[in-house]
Design a protein around this ligand. Structure first.
Ligand SMILES: Nc1ncnc2c1ncn2[C@@H]1O[C@H](COP(=O)(O)OP(=O)(O)OP(=O)(O)O)[C@@H](O)[C@H]1O
Length: 596
């Protein structure tokens, strides 16, 4: 089994495309730190001039200039270092988001759908963003905050090893309460992240389900659930804070007390004649210089931890298994679709199978309809043809080639899938239709929309074709949204069209328009309709009746009506529902009863 790599290794692999810029950024940070050290030396020389009574204006100006130059180098290189670190950080973030998006595209739909939408959103938007501050700030800041005390301590040891030791004397003392506070840090941080994820998912559920919440008057109980999770998040963080604030504050109070040891040692050395006053002044200045950066470095502990989680969550998405893909374009012969002894289970376990030994042939240019009770596996058949999942047993082929041997892009060009969701993207209606063929001219888009019977309702909208889908979505009926999706598929003009009908029931006018748009879409194509409205499939070349994942009969409508009890039942239910359509009240009742 492949050994799981550590998060730092993973982060470094993310940073690989920017390794040049990152290295230069670190180098600049080091130069900046070295520049920051120069003023200490300048001040030391000035103090020496005073003590030796050797003060000259030129000497003073010279050392002031040295101090200023050192400071200028520190500031300028720090700015360059942060700039490079930011450019690298955003380039890395951009690359990561693209890679995750690619993974979502090439992983099986099942793998993607097994991740809660809240988790996907929070990883792609928030968690990846969490990697930016550490990358952009930690490199220059951490390198200076760690490197500067190290250089200063080394300088102190060089000047006098006793002063060097004294300057570090309080550090181990400060580390004791810190170690106590950090004892449960990993488990507490994990708990914090879990509580945070819980709040996130409850917020997403609350917002996404707001329609149901309102419809079923669940505002109070849903709000309580939401408020409860926020409360428990607050309680958890408060408890953690209470448990650690004393030790962490103790650590932060002890860390800056370097003078407590340096001052007495320095005075003793001075009195014994081992240390000149100028050297003592320099040692005291240097000792003070250790404190600030060290305290700042402790704040990076949390930043590192949040980055660890962000890197791991991102890695998890990047590790999603991709569907194995053929490398070379396949030679397809027509657009026949053949399912040969196909069995399928969403879980991969045979005993939980949804389809059992399906043999089905759809010839090029013919119209096939799949009917059957709800949950019998109609949509699953369609998804296997579009290779949203791979079959568990058997094979699906298009144009004589197993779909697993057709590159995904080529397959996507072969098949138009109009699903029940009729998802509209956040752009204008015109652009939503153009998604079917990005290079299409406006005229081609309008022609497709006309063929899909969209023109009339789009012209009713104030901004017409340019209405943003979000605004339009609120004003469009389910049937109208479906016609937009059909227009998209007409424009795509692929040889195979799969239509998963949206609703079991629609008003007669809408049904007629949908019928006309399907007719325009399916001219000369291999058409597969997952039928909920049996009136739309009466003229199908073959109607396939599914029950519990098995084909129970197939034929044209006339044949099935004469011999297939299940089809007769479905037809009766459909015809019955038509009668109910007379009154608006009745429509509601029948919608609840419709089970096809
Ligand atoms: N992503 C999934 N993961 C696990 N099980 C699923 C998934 N999608 C569907 N199923 C199950 O597979 C079975 C067949 O579902 P499918 O959607 O193919 O039925 P259908 O005949 O199209 O139903 P409907 O007419 O209600 O749309 C059902 O029992 C369903 O619960």
């Amino acid at each position: 089994m492949k050994k799981k790599e550590g998060w730092i290794q993973t982060l470094l692999s993310f940073a690989l495309p920017c390794r040049g810029k990152m290295t230069v950024s670190v180098l600049f940070a080091i130069i900046s730190v070295a520049g920051g050290f120069v003023p200490y030396l300048g001040v030391y020389q000035i103090i020496r001039m005073f003590i030796d009574k050797n003060i000259t204006t030129a000497g003073l100006l010279q050392w002031c200039g040295v101090c200023l130059s050192g400071y200028a180098v520190q500031v300028a290189f720090y700015a360059f270092s942060t700039m490079l670190a930011h450019i690298s950080a955003y380039t890395i973030l951009d690359g990561l988001r693209r890679k995750v998006a690619d993974r979502l595209m090439y992983a099986s739909l099942g793998t993607v759908m097994s991740k809660p939408i809240g988790t996907l959103k929070s990883t792609i938007v928030d968690r990846i963003e969490d990697i930016e501050p550490p990358l952009a700030h930690m490199i220059p800041e951490l390198s200076s905050n760690v490197l500067l005390p190290v250089i200063v301590a080394a300088a102190l040891f060089t000047l006098d090893w006793r002063m060097g030791l004294a300057s570090l004397a309080t550090v181990p003392v400060a580390l004791i309460p810190m170690a106590v506070g950090m004892k449960t840090y990993n488990s507490k941080y994990a708990g914090y992240m879990a509580a945070n994820a819980n709040v996130n998912s409850i917020i997403v559920e609350y917002v996404e389900g707001i329609e149901v919440v309102k419809a079923f008057n669940q505002a109070t109980s849903s709000y309580e659930k939401f408020a409860g999770s926020v409360r428990s998040f607050r309680d958890f963080t408060m408890e953690w804070f209470k448990a650690t604030w004393a030790s962490m504050n103790l650590c932060l109070s002890i860390l800056p007390t370097t003078l407590l040891a340096v001052l007495p040692v320095g005075i003793l050395l001075y009195r014994s004649g081992d240390m000149a006053p100028a050297k003592l002044a320099l040692c005291l200045m240097l000792a003070l210089g250790i404190v600030g950066p060290l305290v700042k470095a402790t704040t990076f502990i949390n930043v590192c931890k949040s980055m660890e989680y962000a890197v791991q969550d991102t890695r998890e998405l990047l590790d999603m298994e991709e569907l194995p893909e053929a490398k070379h374009p396949a030679q397809l012969h027509g657009s026949n679709i053949i399912l040969k002894d196909v069995s399928f289970s969403y879980t991969g376990k045979t005993q939980e199978g949804v389809l059992h030994h399906i043999d089905l042939e759809m010839l090029s240019g013919t119209f096939t309809a799949l009917v059957g009770p709800s949950g019998c596996g109609k949509s699953t058949v369609a998804r296997l043809i579009a290779r949203f999942w791979d079959v568990t047993e058997g094979a699906v082929s298009i144009g004589g080639v197993d779909v697993r041997d057709i590159p995904l892009k080529q397959l996507a060009n072969q098949v138009s899938f109009v699903t029940q969701d009729n998802f509209l993207f956040e752009c204008s209606l015109k652009e939503n239709i153009r998604l079917g063929k990005p290079a299409a001219t406006d005229e081609e888009v309008f022609a497709a929309a006309r063929a899909a019977q969209c023109e009339e309702f789009i012209s009713r909208l104030e901004r017409g074709w340019d209405t943003p889908a979000g605004d339009a979505g609120k004003q469009l009926s389910g049937g109208e949204r479906q016609r937009i999706a059909i227009a998209r598929a007409i424009l795509k003009d692929s040889p195979i069209v799969i239509l998963d009908e949206a609703t079991a029931f629609t008003d007669l006018e809408n049904e007629d328009k949908i019928q006309q748009s399907i007719l325009a879409l399916s001219k000369g194509k291999t058409l597969l309709v997952i039928a909920h409205r049996l009136s739309t499939i009466q003229n199908a070349d073959q109607i396939v009746v599914l029950q519990k994942g098995e084909i129970v009969d197939r034929g044209v409508q006339k044949e099935l009506l004469s011999r297939c009890p299940l089809y007769q039942k479905l037809w009766q239910a459909h015809v019955g529902s038509k009668h109910w359509a007379v009154g608006a009240e009745a429509i509601k009742i029948k919608e609840e009863q419709a089970y096809v």
